[in-house]
Ligand binder design. Structure first.
Ligand SMILES: Cc1cc2nc3c(=O)[nH]c(=O)nc-3n(C[C@H](O)[C@H](O)[C@H](O)COP(=O)(O)OP(=O)(O)OC[C@H]3O[C@@H](n4cnc5c(N)ncnc54)[C@H](O)[C@@H]3O)c2cc1C
Length: 197
């Protein structure tokens, strides 16, 4: 039986998590409270989406406000080059601007969102918009499902029930985010590779 994963929030983090989990073979449901995915993503980088930064990891970490050293382990698992490869392999041409900042050549954040959505479709991720998660349900120290605003409960094991009377501990679903710093000046370059499919 396939592992079933529920992802709450169709922002940058949720979109990437959904792609990664589905690529690894899970049956993924993505829940988003807005009518469409990636609302904030479309506003990033002044509507152009500063996808990542092309400077070496050490330099990026040095420019993180406070102590950025905690990011070392994240970078070893998924680096700025991995995210560039992710988009380039899906047909998104990227360009480098000042401070190593990477943007889609189209200068449109929508290009990035569309690449995500195309990938979610290819991987058969179930996308449910206009769905607000009210609570994450935890029983015996384990996440057992999510309670939706309309009282429906979704379980990662693939079943769905109406609201039960069983008491549950509550956990606020909070999204985390980082944004990359501005770095030094280097000339603009274009990065292109043929479409994967
Ligand atoms: C003006 C501005 C410009 C920025 N520019 C850049 C940039 O160029 N490059 C960059 O890397 N970063 C940029 N950022 C930062 C970037 O926007 C965030 O890092 C990124 O959006 C975080 O993604 P996320 O998925 O963690 O959160 P979000 O994008 O906020 O996504 C969270 C999603 O979860 C949904 N959600 C929340 N609660 C629930 C619930 N209970 N039930 C269902 N759905 C729920 C929300 O509706 C939302 O769609 C910018 C930020 C701002 C404010």
């Amino acid at each position: 039986m396939k592992t079933r994963i529920i992802i709450v929030g169709g922002g940058s983090s949720g979109l990437m998590a959904a792609c990664t989990a589905a690529e690894a073979g899970a049956e993924v449901t993505l829940l988003e409270q807005n009518p469409s995915l990636g609302k904030k993503l479309l506003l990033t980088g002044g509507g152009r989406c500063n996808v990542t930064n092309n400077r070496p990891e050490e330099e990026i970490i040095r420019h993180i406000p406070g102590n950025g050293k905690f990011l070392h382990s994240s970078f070893t698992q998924f680096s700025q080059y991995d995210i560039m490869t992710f988009f380039i392999e899906r047909g998104v041409a990227l360009k480098e601007e000042d401070h190593g900042r990477m943007f889609p050549v189209t200068d449109k954040a929508r290009t990035i969102l569309e690449a995500f959505i195309e990938e979610l479709k290819r991987l058969q991720v179930q996308i449910r918009t206009n769905i607000k998660v009210e609570r994450i349900l935890i029983e015996n120290e384990q996440v057992t499902g999510v309670l939706l605003e309309d009282g429906e409960i979704l379980r990662p094991i693939g079943l769905s029930w109406q609201l039960e009377e069983k008491p549950c501990r509550e956990l606020d679903p909070k999204a985390t985010a980082i944004s990359l710093p501005k770095l030094l000046d280097i000339p603009s370059r274009n990065y292109t590779r043929p479409k994967r499919r």
